[in-house]
Write a new protein. Structure first.
Length: 274
């Protein structure tokens, strides 16, 4: 991977992590076009995912501070209903993490072995993402003011299914939340915050692979590899900051149907040409 490929893939990851069009699917397609695979691609993928997590922390830092303030405030812990809103929000995030935690620890390798990460799977899952986004756009469920712990768990199930490349994580979680009757203005923020712990946890587990893939036989090669990865990291972070703010605005305006159309076209083209 050279610096230009790293730049393009980093920008692509940052934008598509928040837009409901599947970052993993687009990275798979772009990597296939560039002919990038193996350990170097693994290291790059992990680093750019961490970069997008950091962009979430930057854009939503006020909300994160508010959650921790409420979490450590004095309150009655004997009942869920007596907890303050920030603490309930934190509990909902934990509930949403349960499905992806189970899948990641026990079933991820089996899923990858069965479905793989090829462009055929990506094309099919992009079509699934398209149908989900379009259906949620036309559905008109009765809206609820807050996300319940039960709904948070179901949204977490959608996140767990999105381990399949091409099935958008943000698209799946936001569309599922809409179909459950949650307000759009609450869903984008929750969707972006709930993914922080799983991505960081996966990055910590794979840090050895990152170090090994960034290290080459010679000192010069190692420096080049690190700089190439750093370019992708910064590109993903900066584009992620922009896309995070943009996506929150898009969800509030209910414009997800256009991304559904895009995913349908991208899925069809992927199946035909790749």
């Amino acid at each position: 991977m050279n610096w230009f490929e790293s730049l393009i893939l980093g920008l692509l990851q940052g934008l598509t992590e928040y837009l409901p069009i599947s970052s993993s699917g687009h990275l798979t397609i772009a990597s296939s076009l560039f002919g990038i695979e193996g350990e170097q691609n693994l290291a790059f993928t992990i680093l750019v995912h961490v970069a997008t997590v950091l962009s979430t922390l930057v854009i939503l830092w006020k909300e994160i501070v508010w959650i921790f303030k409420d979490l450590f405030a004095k309150q009655q812990w004997n009942s869920y209903s007596n907890l303050n809103y920030g603490t309930k929000y934190a509990i909902n995030i934990v509930a949403s993490m349960i499905p992806i935690g189970i899948v990641g620890v026990f079933f991820k390798e089996d899923i990858e072995a069965i479905f793989g990460a090829g462009t055929t799977v990506v094309g099919i899952m992009l079509l699934v993402t398209s149908m989900l986004l379009i259906f949620s756009y036309y559905a008109k469920p009765r809206q609820k003011d807050t996300i319940s712990i039960g709904h948070a768990f179901v949204i977490g199930l959608a996140q767990a299914l999105a381990v399949l490349p091409g099935l958008s994580r943000s698209g799946s979680t936001i569309a599922t939340g809409i179909l459950l009757g949650n307000k759009k203005e609450n869903l984008a923020q929750f969707s972006f915050l709930m993914v922080i712990p799983p991505i960081l946890g996966e990055a910590l587990l794979d840090v050895k692979d990152v170090i090994e893939s960034a290290t080459t036989s010679g000192a010069t090669g190692q420096a080049t590899s690190v700089w190439v990865l750093l370019i992708g990291f910064m590109a993903a972070f900066l584009s992620g900051c922009a896309a995070c703010k943009w996506m929150i605005s898009i969800v509030r305006k209910g414009k997800l149907v256009y991304f559904g159309i895009y995913c349908a076209l991208a899925g069809i083209l992927t199946l035909i040409f790749l």
